[in-house]
Design a protein around this ligand. Structure first.
Ligand code: TEU
Length: 512
């Protein structure tokens, strides 16, 4: 497994990356067009959010045909060409696997509605619902008029959960995965993988009694421990997620412990400030206790931009972006970078619900409306936390639609694209992209220094991370803070450093 460590994975949300057909949606040819840009960053894998056939109710996480690339993004031949072109640049393709549920448009579900169909038991049916709720609000059970029963759906009602107890479901999924491995896919991200062992009658959704058995069977019939796999585990503790990572399971897992630190009483829609004491405890566990390969992740397509949530995305935007990649980029494990963070893209903060597209966001809006909250207070919550903050088009340059598309995109571009775009950033003295590139280069060339034990300290305003060869200092506040610092600088996010002073959102790395 160790040959799958110290990798850098760049996540692309294809729908928002680059449109080459002039339909307002990103596509595979747009990704191929930008491979040199991605290669320049120094990444080893590109993780693509789903491109398979889908009605797009959940932007592709509602798959209606696992074997067919959706024409919105291109053809199967385009996908295979992407794999080949990426390989020429020593970049592997990581496919997003949605094994917990399909779209209700999938042929399996359509056949399940027919009497006595063998596909009926591909899904979970009951005469009456129980009290389990959907992650997207409301009951986790939806009624089918055709069948006269309720089917289980932990996400949208158009995303019926698959019944993993049915051996035929598992066999069909393994056959699909091996098809894509045969086409040259060399990594997989497994969507909500900790939900596949659900037992709704026992009110169990995450990590059901047979979960680890399913994971072992999945691995033994497909990845066989030779392919980089990362499981998304929102419904698991950090220790439970680590238990999934071994030769019979996953390479690594997203546990999101640090992202959840600002969720008040576990509610992500009720955000509080980041607590550096808790953040240090969290990262200390990754660095000094965990012996597996950590999946280091700051941003993804479901999360508001971390510089907007934790730090300052305005007058100290570049400093904030560099602070995060300095602290997280010098941790051991595999580093995940989400499209746009490498140039310091920020939340969109759309003020009108009409600008939002995300099913989770729209459901939350309606839920809060029904509770009687005012429009302004609802929008205050939504514009900070909505997943759409991460799904607005990639900002390539200052031409129309930020160079993403020649026509109005499926979701508005951030109106700061004139100021924040790839072309402007790469040509700037204080480029965030070039800073990311240097951190990635340092990781590649000095991993033995990075994987050494770390000591963390914080006063609630500054975090210091000391390893055998260097010390990272990061000021998470907009204050000037006096602190004794070394002067043999490895990295800095201000043009010059001040003796024994950290300015707002300043980070420096000093050699020991
Ligand atoms: O996400 C699972 C999930 O629960 C998060 O999307 C949810 O929004 C959480 O509160 C984090 O913000 C995965 C995919 O990443 C997501 O895009 C899909 O919508 C979901 O599963 C269903 O496939």
């Amino acid at each position: 497994m160790r040959d799958l460590e110290n990798k850098v994975i760049y996540q692309i949300y294809p729908k928002s990356f680059k449109d080459t057909t002039g339909n307002g949606y990103g596509d595979i040819n747009g990704i191929i067009e930008k491979l040199d840009y991605i290669q320049d960053l120094g990444v080893d894998y590109i993780w693509l959010s789903p491109c398979c056939k889908s009605p797009q109710n959940d932007n592709g996480y509602d798959i209606s045909d696992y074997m067919q690339i959706d024409e919105l993004f291109g053809t199967n031949e385009d996908y295979e060409r992407l794999i080949k072109e990426a390989k020429k640049r020593n970049i592997k393709i990581m496919m997003d696997l949605v094994l917990n549920h399909t779209s209700s448009e999938h042929i399996w579900f359509k056949k399940a509605l027919q009497k006595d169909s063998r596909y009926y038991d591909y899904y979970i049916w009951r005469d009456e619902p129980n009290d389990i709720n959907s992650m997207f609000g409301g009951s986790a059970w939806a009624y089918s008029e055709e069948v006269g029963k309720y089917y289980f759906r932990l996400f949208d009602k158009t995303q019926p959960d698959l019944n993993w107890e049915n051996e035929n479901v598992r066999k069909d999924l393994y056959e699909m995965i091996n098809y894509w491995i045969g086409k040259g896919v060399e990594g997989f991200r497994l969507d909500v993988i900790d939900l596949i062992g659900k037992e709704p009658d026992k009110m169990i959704t995450g990590k059901g009694p047979k979960f680890y058995e399913y994971l072992k069977e999945l691995n033994n019939n497909t990845f066989k421990d030779k392919i980089l796999t990362v499981g998304e585990c929102w419904c698991s503790t950090i220790d439970e997620s680590y238990k999934m990572c071994n030769k019979d399971g996953l390479t690594q897992a997203f546990h999101f412990t640090h992202q959840c630190l600002t969720h008040t009483y576990g509610d992500k829609w009720n955000q509080s400030k980041i607590n550096l004491y808790k953040l240090c405890d969290c990262i200390n566990k990754w660095e000094n206790e965990y012996t597996g390969i950590e999946a280091i992740v700051m941003n993804n397509h479901d999360l508001p931009r971390l510089i907007s949530l934790w730090l300052n995305d305005n007058e100290y935007r570049k400093e904030s972006a560099k602070l995060l990649i300095t602290l997280f980029g010098l941790l051991k494990g595999n580093l995940y970078i989400y499209q746009g963070e490498e140039i310091g893209m920020t939340n969109a903060y759309f003020n009108s619900i009409d600008k939002y597209r995300d099913v989770e966001t729209l459901n939350k809006y309606n839920e809060l409306k029904e509770k009687g909250l005012s429009e302004d207070s609802i929008m205050e919550i939504i514009k900070l936390v909505s997943r759409d903050n991460a799904r607005i088009p990639m900002q390539w340059d200052d031409t129309k639609n930020a160079g993403f598309s020649d026509v109005a995109p499926w979701i508005d571009v951030n109106d700061n694209y004139n100021k924040i775009n790839v072309k402007k950033d790469i040509n700037s003295e204080d480029s965030v992209f070039n800073y990311y590139k240097n951190i990635i280069k340092f990781r590649k060339e000095n991993y033995e220094k990075i994987e050494k034990k770390a000591t963390f300290n914080t006063d609630g305003k500054i975090i210091s991370m000391e390893k055998e060869d260097f010390i990272v200092y990061a000021n998470f506040t907009n204050e000037n803070i006096e602190i004794p610092l070394g002067n043999d600088i490895l990295f800095k996010n201000y043009e010059n450093t001040k003796n024994n002073l950290l300015r707002p959102f300043e980070t420096i790395v000093v050699k020991k």
